[in-house]
Design a binder for this molecule. Sequence first.
Ligand code: SF4
Length: 180
Amino acid sequence: MNASSPSPRKLRVATVSLAGCFGCHMSLLDIDERLFDLVERVDFDRSPLTDIKTVGEHDRCDIGLVEGGLCNAENVEVLRAFRARCTVLVAVGACAITGGLPALRNHLDVGDIMQSVYGRVPDDPELPLPLNRVLPIHEVVRIDHALPGCPPPADAFWQLLQDLMAGRTPVPAPGLIRYD
Ligand code: SF4
């Protein structure tokens, strides 16, 4: 690169966990030493990794990664705000793509579940309203890409980010799709 060329703009990446278990975030961290390369090329915005609570405080976010589906009204509100600020949105992991394990409750009545677990239906106004059904995120917002797996392996995260940073359409290599 010419010494006088401006450095390419660093992309902004945000992540959020909705109705998930943080396993997808843990798998992202498993890229290990490649994190050093990543932070040279991107700035992290809202994420459990940064503890920034609002996406895009400085500007729009280039890439948003969503872990988890939607089990309550707060998840929906957070997801809509996240979508509005992210240029490219990726559903990451089985929970975001299909509802995943939390969606196992979908064949039961949510009131019956509350009675069974708490002995009553909790009515604290601080609690977000549960949805009747756990939803995959594409039922509420448009998604641009999906990264399957439970969780997607670290190498799949790395491949996805490399593709997006290079402006390519990410296509997970078959060997990187696992559901163990
Ligand atoms: S896809 Fe798997 S690892 Fe990721 S949040 Fe859901 S249960 Fe956890």
